[in-house]
Design a protein around this ligand. Structure first.
Ligand SMILES: Nc1ncnc2c1ncn2[C@@H]1O[C@H](COP(=O)(O)OP(=O)(O)O)[C@@H](O)[C@H]1O
Ligand SMILES: [Mg+2]
Length: 456
């Protein structure tokens, strides 16, 4: 998972709930905990902190659902989470899951050998449950599935099966999702409704930080206690969403001679991007079209450049904090940043990028392996982002904090990098969805032809 820079603040209750669930699991009671909240509220951070604190008590498996605009590969998150477990058994795997189960897992993990004829999905579900039960016999297992709002139906079917089938295994299923993105008709909604009726399941809903939490986070970020007026100003402008607090405190815009504060939410997300050179911006746009994570070599091929030639611009984008370098490629610092940059991609550029990708790739592998076969039980294709998002600006009205702000040039405080919040003047909030590119974005599915793998 992503590295973080400051200590977690104001989430003691939520951490205690997760710890209590793990204790119950350790005592032999399987549990499911769903962590909900809007984008940037700190779901990943909470889960990461919990895992770090309890790393020695449990076997941790992490899978991540990826945003592929409704064209997701089957089993992305499940395969990402279970790969280490399936591989480590080696020759003994067959004894753990049986011959049929082994064949089913071969369909998911090509490293296990050629499966021959495809196995029925029911066999795969059973094999996954057996695999988890075997692991849980040694130590409690925490199976994390991040960003359920982007889940593919095949992974979802596995999760539903596991919550029913694992009745006495020491497994904690920990699922995070953007609660404002799972509306009526979303593929994951019935699953969440089932969990709401399940006595073994709990929901942890992350609220925005209050005044105290905002102050604590400001202090953690700046290393100094902020003035009360600064806390008020930041709270008013961020509504206590940690990602935006972090972003505003972090922007050097509050220093002398720095550019002005952005007008709206989308502009805020784009501040770092807009400070990049043209070449680095072009690369960031290609990455945004490409997906959650893109391989370096594939990126070079799509840009029709030698890998060495694009490195300076990539280095610039990494240094500015727009993207992060992974083992073999790049991903965005936060999904919100990718979404904002994607809105900035012109249709022609998107088309060029997509066709360059088609000619540069073979069929996309899932999570470091070959593409799994489509499953007859995966159900209907996942809803596109367009179908899942309420029309017009309603979504923004709900999600966007009051970004009616413009930062004046300010004198830096000796104590704090954000010593001039009180000088910020409010303006009507800008809305990303109301821009023409935002509107276009909602009807354009992200091409699924890029290589995408789980980040965790
Ligand atoms: N309670 C918190 N204390 C400190 N930092 C936080 C807290 N909550 C979130 N953050 C930071 O805010 C940013 C966004 O959080 P993240 O967990 O990625 O949000 P989400 O997963 O809900 O979209 C991250 O950089 C994270 O470290
Ligand atoms: Mg997250």
């Amino acid at each position: 998972m992503r590295p973080h820079t400051v200590d977690l603040v104001a989430r003691d209750t939520e951490l205690a709930e997760l710890a209590a669930a793990l204790s119950e699991v350790a005592a032999g009671e399987p549990r499911t905990v769903v962590v909900g909240g809007e984008a940037g509220i700190g779901k990943t951070r909470l889960v990461t902190e919990f895992l770090e604190r309890h790393a020695r008590e449990a076997r941790v498996l992490v899978g991540r659902c990826v945003d592929l605009g409704g064209a997701g590969e089957a089993y992305t998150s499940i395969a990402g989470a279970l790969r280490p477990l399936a591989i480590e058994h080696g020759d003994e795997l067959r004894a753990v899951v049986g011959a049929g189960g082994h064949r089913a897992l071969q369909g998911l993990f090509p490293q296990l050998g050629d499966a021959g004829a495809p196995a029925a999905p029911g066999g795969l579900h059973e094999a996954i449950a057996l695999l988890l039960e075997a692991a849980a016999a040694d130590a409690p297992v925490v199976l994390v599935i991040e960003d359920l709002h982007w889940v593919d139906p095949a992974s979802l079917a596995v999760l539903r099966f596991l919550t029913r089938a694992l009745t006495d295994a020491r497994v904690l299923l920990l699922v995070s999702f953007r609660s404002d993105e799972i509306g009526r008709g979303h593929v994951a909604r019935p699953f969440l409704a089932e969990l709401a009726r399940d006595r073994r399941a709990r929901r942890v809903e992350l609220a925005r930080l209050d005044r105290r939490g905002t102050r604590l986070l400001m202090q953690a970020l700046t290393g100094a206690p902020p003035a009360e007026a600064e806390v008020d100003a930041l709270l008013e402008r961020t509504d206590g969403v940690p990602f935006y607090i972090e972003e505003l405190v972090d922007l050097d815009g509050c220093r002398d001679g720095a550019p002005q504060l952005p007008e709206g939410l989308r502009e805020l997300l784009l501040v770092r991007y807009e400070r990049l050179s043209e070449e680095a911006q072009r690369i960031a746009r290609h990455l945004a079209v490409g997906g959650v994570e893109v391989d370096h070599d594939l990126l070079a091929a799509v840009l029709r450049a030698e890998p060495d030639d694009i490195e300076p611009a990539i280095r610039e984008a990494v240094a500015s904090g727009v993207i992060l370098a992974t083992e073999t490629g790049y991903c965005f610092r936060h999904a919100l940043v990718r979404e904002a940059i994607l809105d900035d991609v012109l249709p022609g550029e998107r088309e060029r990028c997509t066709s360059a990708t088609r000619s540069s790739t073979r069929p996309a592998p899932v999570a470091g392996g070959r593409s799994p076969r489509p499953s007859p039980t995966t159900g209907p294709a996942p809803a596109t982002r367009a179908a899942r998002s309420p029309p017009g600006c309603a979504r923004c009205a709900r999600r966007a904090p009051r970004w009616a702000t413009r930062r004046r040039r300010s004198t830096p405080s000796a104590r704090s990098r954000c010593g001039t919040w009180s000088t910020i003047r409010r303006r009507p909030a800008a809305c990303p969805a109301s821009s023409s590119w935002g509107a276009r974005r909602r009807i354009c599915a992200t091409p699924a032809t890029w290589s995408v793998r789980s980040r965790c």
